[in-house]
Design a protein around this ligand. Structure first.
Ligand SMILES: O=C(O)CCC(=O)C(=O)O
Length: 283
């Protein structure tokens, strides 16, 4: 049994719109999972920001479905839980890659906000390496106006940005490997470039309550990870059964393309510039 004060975590989350740090796995285990990621990268190329990565690799699937994580998520969105997306967010050493102030739910097209994201550190996320910053209480005001920006160093698909943030209200969320932040989809957050000599690696996981639906598209996918789904709003993602199975990789390319079209557009499906798929990168 793990040693987490789940009630306290849930109270802090409801009050602030985020909770950090939460120790989920040991530093050693986080290093092990980093090793598994980097072994996969040696074979298939950089895994930064690839969608639905839990359908091609067992390590992110294991981390996203840890019982202690689902127990926490259950306190936040209820007992019937869909795993919507899993992606690594990697800032390479000494890189300009950053994330502008934004709210996650802005362009996802979801019908309700019973959603939470987990960000689990697989390497040190420090002020130097560009850990996340959050504005406490910002989830209570609902959606804020975002503008799209052109900035190739911004991780976000549309460079979506809320301007005029008073950064002196922000809390830094440094994490040691194995610690995580949980944040709500209306919580304003951002992160700065990685000035350190190590990679800053986070596993970013999004969970939805089963009653939430996709309003931009009728073919979106998710995976039931706890409870039951009485709604069936999403087609079911297939969890990775082994690592980097070629059929799973091909399907991930399709899912990623569709995810980018949905989440990467403010209103509805659009054609987007094609990114090389994991398959292209392996060849
Ligand atoms: O990885 C980062 O720096 C930002 C992550 C983020 O925006 C998110 O988890 O929603």
């Amino acid at each position: 049994m793990y040693d987490l004060d789940i009630d306290n975590i849930a109270v802090t989350y409801k009050q602030n719109g985020f909770v950090s740090p939460v120790r989920l796995i040991s530093e050693r285990n986080a290093e092990h999972h980093r090793g598994l990621l980097e072994e996969a990268e040696a074979f298939i190329g950089n895994m930064h920001y690839r969608s639905k990565i839990h359908t091609v690799h067992t390590s992110p699937l294991t981390l996203a479905t840890l019982p202690c994580v689902l127990d926490i998520v259950e306190q936040m969105i209820g007992p019937n839980i869909l795993l919507y997306n899993v992606t690594y967010i990697i800032k390479e050493p000494k890189s300009q890659t950053h994330v502008s102030w934004h709210q996650d739910l802005t362009y996802w097209g979801l019908s309700h906000d019973d959603q939470v994201s987990m960000w689990l550190a697989l390497s040190p996320a420090t002020l130097e390496s560009g850990c996340m910053r959050m504005i406490p209480g910002s989830h209570l005001g609902g959606r804020m106006e975002h503008e799209t920006t052109e900035d190739s160093d911004n991780v976000l698909l549309q460079g979506q940005t809320v301007s005029g943030i008073n950064e002196s209200n922000a809390n830094f969320c440094p994490l040691a490997p194995g610690e995580a932040t949980f944040h709500h989809g209306w919580t304003l957050h951002a992160s700065m470039p990685n000035r350190s000599a190590d990679r800053r690696i986070g596993l970013n996981v999004q969970y939805l309550a089963t009653h939430v639906r996709q309003t931009k598209h009728n073919l979106d996918t998710a995976m039931l990870v706890r409870g039951q789904d009485d709604y069936g709003h999403f087609e079911s993602d297939k969890p990775a059964k082994s690592d980097l199975d070629p059929a799973a990789i091909a399907h991930q390319a399709f899912l990623e393309d569709r995810y980018v079209k949905i989440a990467g557009n403010q209103y509805k499906e659009k054609s987007s510039p094609k990114r090389p798929s994991l398959t292209d990168m392996a060849t």
